[in-house]
Write a protein that binds this ligand. Structure first.
Ligand SMILES: [Mn+2]
Length: 261
């Protein structure tokens, strides 16, 4: 019975399946997926559908899932070429966000399957507290919410702007902003685990330049892990990282197929 956390799979289905193999994921284990399952890589929808079938996997909202939900509010307009309010879909499909592969796969699905996916995305966690042994963890895609909650808070239960802040804020950019005096996270007893900012940006790499899980036991006074090892880059430095909470062991699958070069 182990607890695993992964993040930022970004459409790389094969790497995701390899990771489940590597950790020998079983029905007695729990998998927390901290968002950004979709976009950039080819198979985001396939990963979502896989997760939907897993009883012991829980998805968190990432900024890419939020982009998708916002964009698809306008799907009817786009299909009918009646483009009056399509900013959101343009933002999602812009190459800087890489939503096109996800959008094309979604568009090809029958209406009932589309509906199930959208319902699943709306039912995701934004933040959740998990206790493993004596250790307490706080999980979210990128940041935290100042809204108080017990064990976890879902997208539907949090005001939109709060979700937006949780999924888009990089704490590493925050560091250079003038927030001295404001608490970064709510409670120092927790270890904060997030993705969103690939660890190559923090120079946390192995000898091949591949992203490694970033651990900092004193990040402005907080214990943190960043487990986004750069699948978004789609190059030879890209890895999928996974953290097992019981012993904080890290697992890696480097990206083989799906490279941009
Ligand atoms: Mn992200």
């Amino acid at each position: 019975m182990s607890t695993y956390v992964i993040s930022d799979i970004h459409g790389q289905y094969k790497s995701f399946v390899k990771m489940l193999d590597l950790i020998r994921f079983s029905k007695d284990d729990t998998l927390y997926v901290l968002g950004d399952v979709i976009d950039r890589g080819p198979d985001g929808i396939k990963i979502l559908q896989h997760l939907m079938k897993m009883k012991n996997a829980e998805l968190f909202m990432g900024n890419h899932e939020l982009l998708m939900l916002d964009a698809l509010k306008n799907e009817f307009e786009i299909q009918n070429k009646n483009r009056t309010d399509t900013d959101d879909i343009d933002i999602w499909l812009d190459p800087c966000n890489g939503g096109l592969s996800t959008y094309n796969a979604f568009k090809a699905l029958p209406a009932a399957k589309k509906q199930k996916i959208l319902e699943y995305l709306k039912d995701t966690w934004v933040a959740k507290k998990v206790t493993v042994g004596k250790k307490k963890y706080y999980l979210a895609h990128a940041y935290c919410t100042k809204v108080k909650f017990d064990d976890g808070i879902k997208f539907m239960d949090l005001p939109y702007n709060d979700t937006y802040k949780v999924v888009w804020t990089s704490i590493y950019d925050f560091r250079y902003q003038d927030i001295v005096g404001e608490k970064l996270f709510p409670n120092k007893k927790y270890t904060y685990i997030h993705g969103h900012t690939f660890t190559q940006r923090l120079d946390c790499v192995d000898k091949y330049g591949r992203g490694l899980v970033y651990q900092n036991d004193d990040f402005l006074g907080y214990r943190i892990y960043n487990i986004d090892c750069g699948m978004a880059l789609r190059n030879k430095a890209s890895q999928l990282g996974c953290l097992r909470l019981e012993d904080e062991r890290r697992f890696y699958v480097y990206l083989e197929d799906g490279l941009l070069e």
